[in-house]
Design a protein around this ligand. Structure first.
Ligand SMILES: Cc1cc2nc3c(=O)[nH]c(=O)nc-3n(C[C@H](O)[C@H](O)[C@H](O)COP(=O)(O)OP(=O)(O)OC[C@H]3O[C@@H](n4cnc5c(N)ncnc54)[C@H](O)[C@@H]3O)c2cc1C
Length: 283
């Protein structure tokens, strides 16, 4: 399908992006990689009249590490996250997650900022970022703020981001051990279910585990019930089975053409077990 006619403007600074959006009003939309917005426009699911390209804004690129935190610019592509030495060293589960997003074309154009802002229920980053304790950094003409990934994803294509805010960066603490396991839709590669796990083992005991789930419900969530079953345990088989049964957290699982709610509940348990096995091996 061919998109309708629209205006296209390129912002050369973040201030210019805010000013362009303010002039365009409700009919304006930021665009970065275009790999969620353009398909939505072609299907007339989104009909912005003015596209404001933020992909040239300086200061929103690159990956850096300082004081135990990895800072990933909002414009960093999935391919850059997947291949970053800093991320592979300090939070391998995140590189693993980025490496299984879509196909090479999607990974080369799509950005981490666009992915979290769009909040597709089948997006991979949300589950991983919740598990890895990430913070989403936002800026608007009013100022800047940070919000924990756990509180950022609020509903179907809905987040705590206000209209006009730009995701400038994502901050991720260095993880003791991290992993991501995904069951992809064979056609689109979006997650039918994806589970991220951050694990801290000491003397064969689980000191802490954080579990983030995506694809299963209308938005990504933290599986606290499963975490409490595993915290303080030696990750014995029976505890992992109990945690796997609890990971859907009594959430309403999505039930659609891709997978039934029952199948998604089953996949949540299987993906949790796979993610724990990988994180345990890496710890
Ligand atoms: C065939 C295909 C397969 C895919 N498979 C997967 C998959 O397996 N897993 C997965 O997670 N994703 C998948 N995606 C989605 C892909 O990851 C997108 O690139 C991503 O979701 C959106 O990032 P973008 O930079 O392309 O954003 P855009 O499409 O440019 O924008 C999306 C939305 O976010 C807003 N936005 C963009 N950047 C910012 C920013 N920095 N701050 C604030 N708002 C912003 C835009 O205004 C728009 O509303 C797939 C996409 C396609 C086309």
């Amino acid at each position: 399908m061919i998109a309708y006619k629209f205006d296209y403007k390129v912002a050369n600074s973040i201030e210019e992006a805010f000013s362009m959006l303010s002039s365009a009003g409700d009919a304006g939309s930021f665009i970065s990689g275009g790999h969620s917005l353009v398909p939505a426009m072609k299907l007339r699911l989104a009909e912005p009249e003015t596209l404001i390209d933020i992909s040239k804004i300086p200061g929103m690129s690159g990956v850096a590490i300082e004081d135990g935190f990895i800072t990933i610019g909002g414009l960093v592509t999935h391919a850059e996250v997947a291949s970053s030495y800093i991320i592979k060293e300090s939070c391998p589960g995140l590189a693993e997650c980025a490496g299984v997003i879509g196909d090479a074309q999607v990974r080369n154009k799509g950005t981490i900022g666009g992915n979290v802002a769009h909040a597709d229920p089948g997006s991979d980053y949300p589950g991983a970022l919740i598990a890895f304790g990430a913070t989403i950094c936002l800026s608007s003409s009013e100022g800047s703020r940070e919000i924990a990934a756990e509180n950022f994803f609020t509903g179907l294509f809905d987040t705590a981001k206000e209209q006009g805010e730009i995701v400038t960066a994502v901050k991720v603490p260095v993880a003791s051990s991290s992993a991501y396991a995904k069951f992809p839709n064979p056609a689109s590669r979006y997650a039918v279910v994806g589970v991220g796990v951050a694990l801290n083992m000491e003397n064969s005991t689980c000191q802490s585990i954080i579990i983030g789930v995506t694809g299963a419900a209308d938005h990504a969530y933290r599986a606290k019930e499963s975490e409490s079953i595993l915290n303080g345990s030696e990750l014995e088989e029976n505890n992992i089975e109990k945690a796997a049964s609890a990971v859907s957290e009594s959430k309403e699982m999505m039930n659609d053409l891709v997978a039934s709610a029952d199948y998604r509940t089953h996949l949540c348990g299987v993906m949790l077990k796979r993610a724990i096995a990988k994180a345990k091996y890496r710890s």
